[in-house]
Design a protein around this ligand. Structure first.
Ligand SMILES: Cc1ncc(COP(=O)(O)O)c(C=O)c1O
Length: 463
């Protein structure tokens, strides 16, 4: 077609109102939430970019599929549809449904890890890290050095550092029961991993007899980036690229709340028969029988359809372009963001925007609060509140202080994105007046979900 505009490739059939609030109302809401955006009521938020997880709009085909859900306890038709959708993409032998991604992680790590073990990953997501540490094993992040420089442009900043991985596998200070690669690398800025990197990591792992698993939440977005950026893939279909990604690994954990286009669900898939047996034992104990694993039959149907729709080229083109579009405006207006824009989110670089706030006063957290106060936008800190607390109770500043604006799938339109850009440009203009925060109380693990904070200097924005 001769036209350049990339449109939302869908019509809207059902709408859900969003509520405007005043700045005064948001100020009160923040105090009541203990300056923690996770503690807000969703009705107090205008544009909710807290997460892209479980927040997708489902298609009419998914809703229709749900009506066909088979709720039989064992051997439901819906399970076989789900299993065959997962197998078509992954070609992995055992497909184990779970209620979401972290349940797959807990079951896998519960079966594989012993205290003192090490799990390398390009970058562990917070629940993945917490589940590794819960088994008293060590989560080791090995991103490539380029992945830690927010302003640097690189096509595959999500790649795992192969030299560091080889070094660790050749001379491990402890047992390495598996290696993981997260596609795309959520905590590292939603950055993709190249096929070459997955292939090389796979060869390395094979040489050392260690299984390689994908944390595959955003496998379709990763496949699209490979198509756009990696030589030899431009003419391949996203499905074929995804199949090739999975052909290099021994298993995966998956949150279907992302690239499953579902509101709940996940799975663990793997080839090893003995390990699958172990995992199924744990599954029955805590999730459910292996043909439903904590999900309703209708959830399995929604995921089966979602896994197919997510690999549609028009969908992926629109999806990645929406994020890139916001990235282009912000770059033009000199709002510091992680470059290049990731697949599911824009990451504001709070260390660059707020150099006057020390990491001990959590600049990314403060910035996320100001975005809510000024524009009703909810985002997520990926910085020292999320990652600073060490298992021994000490504090270590995170490598980066990012604010993630994660886009729910098929939910917001271009005018929402234009509004977002306006708010972000406005907040950037206020940046010298923004101040940091301090922790009032926090739990010892996953503190970002429930910690209570307060402005460190009386107000978030000073005159
Ligand atoms: C990379 C990654 N891994 C694992 C998870 C955990 O998935 P879930 O939220 O379904 O438990 C997430 C969720 O955000 C994620 O982004």
């Amino acid at each position: 077609m001769p036209f350049r505009t990339i449109i939302e490739p869908f019509r809207i059939k059902t709408v859900e109102p969003i509520r405007r609030t005043t700045r005064d109302e948001r100020e009160v809401a923040l105090i009541e939430a203990g300056y923690n955006l996770f503690q807000l009521k969703a009705d107090e938020v205008l544009i909710d970019l807290l997460t892209d997880s479980g927040t997708s709009a489902m298609s009419s085909a998914q809703w229709a599929g749900m009506m066909q859900g088979d709720e039989s306890y064992a051997g439901a038709r819906s399970f076989y549809r789900f299993e065959s959708a997962v197998r078509e993409i992954t070609n992995l032998k055992h497909v184990i449904p779970t209620h979401q991604g972290r349940a797959a992680e807990r079951i896998l790590f519960g079966s594989l890890l012993k205290p003192g073990d090490i799990v390398p990953n390009n970058t562990h997501f917070d629940t993945t890290r917490a589940n590794v540490e819960y088994r008293r094993a060590k989560a080791s992040d090995l991103p490539i050095p380029e992945g830690k420089q927010p302003q640097l442009i690189h096509p595959f900043k999500g790649d795992i550092d192969l030299a560091a991985l080889e070094h660790l596998l050749a001379d491990p200070p402890a047992r390495v029961p598996l290696v993981m690669i997260t596609v795309t690398n959520n905590s590292g800025g939603g950055q993709p991993v190249s096929m070459a990197n997955i292939r090389a990591a796979s060869e390395l792992c094979r040489r050392h007899g260690v299984p390689l698993f994908l944390d595959a939440c955003r496998f379709a977005e990763n496949a699209w980036f490979i198509k756009l950026r990696e030589k030899g893939y431009a003419d391949k279909a996203p499905l074929a690229i995804a199949q090739e990604m999975f052909s290099h690994v021994d298993g995966c954990t998956m949150s279907a709340k992302k690239d499953g286009l579902a509101n709940i669900g996940g799975f663990l898939a793997l080839n090893d028969d003995d390990l699958a047996q172990q995992c199924k034992k744990l599954l029955i104990l805590t999730e459910g029988f292996p043909t439903y694993g904590g999900l309703a039959g209708y959830d399995l149907e929604a995921i089966a359809v979602g896994l197919h729709e997510v690999l549609d080229e028009d969908y992926l083109r629109y999806r990645i372009r929406s994020v890139e579009y916001l990235g282009e405006i912000l770059t033009r207006e000199e709002v510091p963001i992680m470059q290049p824009p990731g697949g599911h989110a824009i990451y504001l670089d709070a260390l660059s925007m707020l150099p006057h706030i020390p990491q001990s006063e959590y600049p990314a957290w403060a910035l996320s609060l100001v975005l809510y106060l000024e524009g009703g936008i909810r985002s997520a800190e990926i910085g020292s509140i999320m990652f600073g607390l060490q298992p021994d109770g000490s504090e270590k500043p995170a490598d980066m202080e990012l604010v993630r604006l994660a886009f729910p799938r098929r939910v917001y339109t271009q005018s929402h994105v234009d509004y977002l850009a306006e708010v972000l440009i406005h907040v950037n203009a206020l940046r010298e007046r923004i101040r940091g925060v301090r922790i009032v109380e926090a739990p010892p693990v996953l503190r970002h979900f429930s910690a209570r904070l307060a402005p460190a200097h009386g107000a978030l924005i000073v005159d």
